[in-house]
Design a protein around this ligand. Structure first.
Ligand code: HEM
Length: 238
């Protein structure tokens, strides 16, 4: 019989055999007593503690490197060492900059050039928005639009040639054309976030290009829908 199989026999039969021989292949059988309960009252009752696996007196346990029968808790020294620090820039507590390891390829760069704020992008353009008078915010304009007030100043939509458009270039009567539609901007002037002056640059003419160059994302059709007075048409030939 193989010496290995002998390890599977019961303790009574296997233990003497194992103790007689000092064959390194034969696992040493441990004699482990089951844990004793201190509580007399509950002794013998179910205590919800799962039996040890592998069993305390099993051959697996005996052949394992843990000779005590109960595996000990590993100390820090026995644990697997942590992985090495990656070769990236790391922060050190108490310092504001980045500490670059010598192996780093970017080690020649100064720490300041890698600060979180550093960027190759141009700074955003300065806002040209103006301070609007109280009661002239976007919501106030929306309220005025939906109030039913007459913001057009005309009874019906018209066909408007450039020569007619040109005559509406005053602050109290400012028309402009955007994408082929003519709007009466007069009431909107004090609500324009870019200011009245900017808007007056296109009064009496086609403002499409300036409008798109400034803020193509603004929906003029929606913002001035209740100010529309007609369509821009070519000058009639005489
Ligand atoms: C009547 C049509 C127009 C409407 C409905 C309109 C509407 C607006 C709106 C809603 C904003 C705020 C944009 C934002 O918050 O991003 C704005 C800003 C501005 N608008 Fe107009 N706009 C009109 C025509 C024009 C024209 C023709 C010009 C130029 C001549 C102009 C110049 C500006 C400028 C400079 C700003 C400030 C942009 C900034 O720096 O944020 N707008 N406009």
């Amino acid at each position: 019989m193989s010496s290995y199989l002998r390890g599977w026999f019961s303790l009574e039969t296997a233990a003497p055999a194992a103790s007689q021989q000092s064959d390194p292949e034969i696992p040493e059988i441990l004699h482990v007593s089951p844990p004793q309960s201190d509580d007399e009252d509950t002794a013998g009752e179910d205590d919800d503690v799962a039996p040890a696996f592998p069993a305390l007196n099993s051959a697996q346990r005996a052949s394992s490197s843990v000779k005590s029968g109960i595996p000990s808790i590993l100390t820090d020294a026995l644990r697997m060492p942590p992985p090495p620090m990656p070769g990236l820039a790391v922060r050190q507590p108490g310092t504001s900059g980045l500490i670059l390891p010598p192996s780093s390829k970017v080690a020649s760069l100064s720490p300041n050039s890698l600060s979180p704020g550093a960027t190759t992008q141009k700074p955003p353009k300065k806002s040209r928005k103006v301070a609007l008078a109280p009661g002239h915010g976007a919501l106030d304009w929306a309220d005025l639009k939906s109030s039913g007030a007459d913001l057009r100043g005309v009874d019906s939509l018209m066909r408007i040639p450039p020569s007619v458009l040109k005559t509406h270039n005053k602050k109290h009567d400012a028309w402009s054309a955007f994408n082929g539609k003519v709007y009466n901007m007069t009431e909107y002037l004090p609500f324009h976030p870019g200011g009245e002056k900017e808007l007056m640059r296109v009064a009496g003419r086609d403002g499409t290009k300036l409008f798109v160059d400034t803020h193509a994302w603004v929906n003029v059709d929606f913002m001035l829908d209740s100010c529309m007075v007609g369509f821009l048409v070519p000058e009639p030939s005489s």
